[in-house]
Ligand binder design. Structure first.
Ligand SMILES: Cc1ncc(COP(=O)(O)O)c(C=O)c1O
Length: 395
């Protein structure tokens, strides 16, 4: 028996939660009462230690300008050393108000307008939006999908990396939404290709702590001394604090650091960090490892539940649990057309899960849903999918 009650359901409505209060962000037809299994946001309350530390900090009564100090750096270093045997130098850790803002700074600072940035779809869709939004060109190195087993198309990556107009790769490691945790060999091969062609790697490792038992995540930086790598990590997924604007950007190379400084300090005025967020980071990394481990065990059981549920009710789906993330990527195409199913779920069955199409054309046919929730909630969502499929196939 763990310390946490992860079966407990909470009412999060009325907190301006994107997942619960702003469902029309996805589709204006979604009803107020729709069950939201979308967005990578867990339904588990944050660790008590975090709540207490934040309360104490607020009670102190001062929330003036703050900057990361030794306690903050040591907490970050300790976490990555313990969990990934990664030695990060203090002066390699930079604050950013989120991974995506950092990616925006980096695209602007390290690539020129019109240059190509390689991504591996179906992938977290804000990557493509940011590339387009900064007037760069999205270059797709689409993953190979062998009936749900995803791998990297290295031949294609080599061609794309060789093109001198393509100067950067965004690596999603572990991969959202397909749930792959790239192996040492895969990461090394990606790095070799980028190094040969002088392509900068932005390694987004925000999902690094969310792996299944017996699966190891390797931080890209621990496998190579290629200097053109920038890593992004954050607490958002790991400790379910995705609404908090803090992430750590890891840069070892002096020249890259200089460019980062110029971009963030002189162009965007980012050098301080929110005091509450630093307290949160220190407490989470120093005191809440048990919380992550327990939540990951529950998530693992939820994935097993999902596999069993689908085998029983929708056996043609042939679903396998992913190596990482708390997101299920499921294809119901053996039964129904995905657009028809999405429509029915939204308009009639009050279930909000994400249409795979959003993650790039290669995601069409799939749905993404979070399983980091009480099992009863997951079951309710699945029951609605089964009912919808039943109605659509009996039509
Ligand atoms: C791969 C990936 N990167 C970045 C983010 C968002 O990070 P942030 O909220 O720190 O910008 C997410 C959130 O879902 C994600 O899945």
């Amino acid at each position: 028996m763990g310390r946490l009650d992860l079966d407990k359901r909470y009412d999060r409505r009325g907190t301006d939660s994107v997942k619960w209060d702003h469902k029309n962000f996805v589709d204006s037809r979604v009803s107020e009462n729709a069950l939201p299994l979308w967005l990578s946001d867990m339904e588990f309350k944050v660790a008590d230690e975090i709540i207490e530390a934040l309360e104490n900090r607020v009670k102190h009564g001062f929330l003036g300008h703050s900057m990361p100090g030794d306690k903050y750096f040591e907490a970050v270093q300790g976490w990555y050393k313990r969990r990934f045997n990664w030695d990060i130098a203090k002066d390699s850790i930079f604050y950013s108000p989120g991974v995506l803002p950092a990616l925006g700074f980096i695209i602007r600072a390290f690539t020129k307008m019109g240059e190509g940035v390689i991504i591996q779809p179906p992938v977290f869709y804000p990557f493509a939006e940011l590339i387009e939004g900064t007037d760069r060109v999205v270059v797709n190195n689409t993953l190979i999908n062998n009936e749900g087993d995803y791998s990297i198309d290295f031949k294609d990556l080599e061609i794309k990396a060789k093109d001198p107009n393509n100067t950067m790769l965004i690596l999603c490691s572990p991969h959202n939404p397909v749930g792959r945790v790239w192996t040492k060999e895969e990461i090394t091969k990606i790095v070799d290709i980028c190094q040969e062609n002088d392509v900068l790697i932005f390694s987004d490792e925000i999902h690094c702590d969310l792996t299944r038992k017996n699966i190891t995540h390797y931080p890209t930086k621990t496998l190579t001394d290629y200097n053109k790598i920038i890593t992004a990590v954050a607490l958002g997924k790991t400790f379910n604090v995705g609404g908090v604007p803090i992430s750590q950007i890891i840069i070892d190379d002096d020249k890259l650091k200089e460019t980062w400084h110029k971009e963030t300090r002189k162009k965007h005025y980012i050098s301080f960090a929110p005091p509450l967020d630093m307290v949160l980071t220190e407490t989470a990394y120093n005191k809440c490892e048990y919380w992550v481990d327990e939540v990951m065990e529950y998530v693992e059981d939820n994935f097993d539940f999902l596999v069993d549920y689908l085998n029983e009710h929708l056996p043609k789906v042939k679903y396998k649990k992913p190596e990482g993330t708390f997101l299920a990527w499921v294809n119901f195409g053996a039964y129904v057309d995905y657009e028809e199913l999405f429509e029915a779920l939204i308009t009639k069955y009050d279930l909000l899960i994400e249409n795979g199409h959003t993650f790039g054309e290669s995601g069409a046919g799939y749905f993404r849903m979070t399983v980091a929730c009480p099992r009863s909630l997951l079951q309710e969502g699945l029951d609605r999918i089964v009912e919808a499929i039943k109605e659509l196939t009996e039509k």
